[in-house]
Design a protein around this ligand. Structure first.
Ligand code: MN
Length: 740
């Protein structure tokens, strides 16, 4: 071995030991049973050995990753030894020759179950979306042991934190996936801190410039902010001390993502946002006095600073559906600025920050609202109902389990919680599947409503049923909950099965005539005509969508069997991968503007019309199922959804500088219509800049107007110049580029 390699090896060893020591320090090994300590050590040794040949993209030894994931589990999520061992081993079966059986032998069934849940499925080459399949697997294992999903979160968090060494298009793909599923899941599980960090890290990838700009601004204003917090807290201190319970006050800045969100929705610059932080008062209260003490603190705060009554939110009396408990109010602080104040107990704070993980700690301590049990029930329901289609599962999962809720009432006054967007018909199925099946009409607050009526919190819902009523296909469009959908789907399936019986009978007759074996022949037909199952074939026969004559057109009969006729060459060709990339040379002479996957002339592509990318925008190419390569902006909302599910179709795209082209950019403009001339000024300004307007739409109301201008633009720099110029015009209050 050369000297360089030896030095490298020593250095690796040192780094690994350092990381492990850090992990041991952080889990306070002393409070752990000796057997747990031994297990952690054994897992560590196994992982170091198994991963010894691998490196991360950054060049570091791979094993640093599982060690760090274990540390996140222990310190940031608060999990115990079983999870720590599983986290250390989480990539071993997937990436190294170690088998799940070896894990079972050494670490027993529980850890094996968790590690298995975290191991990606093998051989997913012929499925629509490997990402969806793997996600479904994680969710399924979550029902056996919740730690699977918590470790998965830690894994994703570490990967997001170390995204920097990945190529750009991979960064985008991973960020999109995190955006689509992991951040909302973290929210749903009440892992507030992790969710917030996810959002920031996603933004860091997708909105590089804005992220950097806000980071700098936040840092610059730090001193000023902390002085303000001091001034706000000072007059409260005496009264708080008189309560005679230990308390903490923090004035933490809000996340970059949430500040950016505010800038976008409120359309104000950074400098005009004053609630960049929230004051949090955490009181160490005994369980029985929590609520009372929170309100006492509220009263102290509002004695000093004037409250804005509409902003009071009481999540102490009625916790949020993800278990969050806290009292929120907004008050007018020094200099007349609005300040949000959050009041809660230590226990509430623990649950607020660590959600699901902390939930178990307090189980039994306080009568929990069974928030997670309920959630897990619905997860189970969706898993059971979505059949084998993983993409369908992913969609159901997203609509049902991430949304906020509405609270509605039965005629008896019982409260039912349904996801936001749920309809009257969803309510019927939520009461009981029989009520859903036989529902004929629905009244909300004593008025008849359509079955697809979207429920609002506080609605009182009455369902009228009739035994002869039955679900129809159209009902699927009137529900959003997994439960209702699955019940309707299975009712439809049952209906199809009944109708298919006729088809089955004619097929039996036909095959008997042909003197071939029934079982074998049906299998051959299903396979050849690509039916998902026999039932569908029977159904099509019953409805004349499948002609029995097709059997003899495609098959010969030999020795009581259906034998496929030899296929002509051309037919085979037609069947090759529809999705295959169009690698033919570009026919038209238009100069290419982009380099796709490192090549300038190999691929045909189109600029996506949803987000209209222009030269200089951060972009990527996406291979769509039907219309070839599309180039999207990295912050296009449509693209996030696509990348999250079909990340393998993402390709790198880079602008070629100086391509002489023009692009469409849509600007949203708002302002005060201070008499004639504003619009004239706008247009003349744009023309003076040498630009062409493609379309102009404007809508005014009581002196205020909003409009959209489509411009032909050369690149992003030019666009920024236009935006700045238009913003400076009198009467114009905001100019922003439309995102999609
Ligand atoms: Mn991993």
């Amino acid at each position: 071995m050369s000297e360089d390699l030896l030095i490298q090896e020593e250095e690796d060893k040192r780094m690994i030991q350092l990381a492990y020591r850090e992990l041991r320090r952080s889990i306070k090994a002393s409070s752990m049973e000796q057997s747990d300590q031994d297990n952690i050590k054994a897992a560590y040794l196994l992982a170091v050995d198994a991963h010894s040949e691998q490196r991360r993209k950054s060049g570091e030894p791979y094993v640093l990753h599982p060690i760090e994931v274990a540390r996140i589990c222990a310190v940031e999520i608060g999990l115990g030894p079983t999870a720590i061992v599983s986290a250390i081993l989480h990539d071993v079966v997937e990436d190294t020759p170690v088998t799940i059986e070896e894990i079972r032998e050494q670490f027993g069934p529980r850890i094996t179950l968790i590690v298995d849940g975290l191991t990606k499925l093998d051989g997913l080459y012929n499925v629509e979306s490997p990402q969806a399949e793997n996600f479904k697997k994680v969710i399924r294992s979550l029902l056996d042991d919740v730690r699977v999903v918590l470790i998965k979160m830690a894994d994703r968090l570490h990967n997001m934190r170390t995204l920097g060494s990945m190529p750009r298009h991979k960064q985008l793909k991973i960020a999109a996936e995190t955006d689509y599923i992991y951040a909302p899941l973290a929210h749903r599980l009440g892992l507030y801190q992790i969710k917030t960090e996810f959002q920031d890290l996603i933004m860091k990838v997708k909105e590089v410039e804005t992220y950097d700009e806000l980071t700098v601004k936040l840092k610059e204003s730090e001193a000023q902010r902390s002085n303000y917090v001091k001034a706000f807290i000072k007059p409260l201190k005496k009264a708080l001390e008189e309560i005679n319970h230990p308390y903490r006050i923090t004035g933490r800045p809000k996340s970059i993502y949430s500040i950016w969100n505010k800038i976008k929705t409120k359309k104000v610059p950074f400098e005009e946002i004053y609630d960049l932080f929230a004051i949090r008062i955490i009181i160490d209260a005994p369980l029985k006095k929590e609520k009372q003490l929170c309100w006492q603190v509220y009263s102290i705060v509002t004695d000093v600073h004037t409250p804005i009554p509409e902003r009071l939110k009481d999540w102490v009396t009625t916790p949020k559906s993800n278990g969050y408990e806290s009292l929120h109010t907004t008050v007018v602080g020094p200099k007349g600025r609005y300040v949000e104040v959050q009041i809660r107990s230590e226990r509430m704070d623990d649950i607020a920050e660590r959600g699901f993980a902390a939930h178990w700690k307090y189980k039994g301590v306080k009568e929990q609202h069974d928030v997670y049990d309920k959630w897990l029930d619905s997860v189970r329901e969706i898993l059971d109902s979505s059949g084998t289609d993983a993409v369908e599962f992913l969609n159901d999962f997203k609509t049902n389990l991430f949304n906020e809720e509405v609270y509605v009432y039965t005629p008896n006054g019982d409260m039912r919680i349904l996801p936001k967007g749920a309809t009257a018909l969803d309510f019927a199925f939520d009461i009981h599947s029989d009520v859903g099946y036989h529902c004929t009409s629905i009244k909300v607050n004593n008025k008849l409503v359509p079955m697809g009526y979207k429920l609002n919190s506080g609605d009182q819902v009455t369902v009228v049923t009739n035994k002869s009523q039955r679900p129809s296909e159209g009902w699927l469009k009137m529900v959003v909950t997994g439960k209702a959908r699955s019940k309707i789907r299975s009712a439809m399936k049952e209906e199809r099965r009944k109708q298919g019986e006729l088809g089955l009978e004619s097929l039996q007759r036909k095959l008997k005539n042909l003197k071939v074996d029934f079982e074998e022949s049906v299998e051959a037909l299903v396979k050849f005509f690509k039916y998902p199952n026999r039932g569908e074939l029977y159904y099509d026969i019953a409805h004349n969508n499948f002609q029995l004559s097709e059997i003899k057109e495609n098959f010969n009969i030999e020795a009581g069997k259906l034998i496929l006729k030899p296929v002509e060459e051309e037919l085979i060709e037609e069947k090759t991968e529809e999705l295959a990339l169009k690698k033919r040379p570009r026919k038209n002479k238009r100069k290419t503007q982009l380099m796709i996957d490192g090549s300038t002339d190999e691929y045909e592509y189109q600029l996506a019309t949803c987000c209209n990318p222009l030269q200089g925008d951060s972009v990527f190419a996406y291979l769509s199922a039907t219309s070839g390569l599309k180039v999207h902006r990295t912050n296009c909302p449509n693209a996030t959804n696509l990348m999250a599910k079909y990340g393998y179709r993402v390709m790198k795209a880079e602008w070629i500088s100086n391509a002489n082209d023009s692009f469409v950019a849509d600007l949203l403009i708002a302002g005060v219509d201070s008499g004639p001339g504003v619009i004239e000024q706008l247009t003349s300004n744009i023309t003076n800049l040498g630009l062409n307007i493609r379309s102009f739409y404007i809508d005014g109301d009581q002196g205020y107007f909003e409009g959209k201008i489509s411009l032909l633009i050369a690149n992003k720099d030019q666009l920024n110049i236009v935006i700045r110029a238009l913003k400076n015009l009198e009467g114009i209050s905001s100019v922003t580029r439309q995102e999609a």
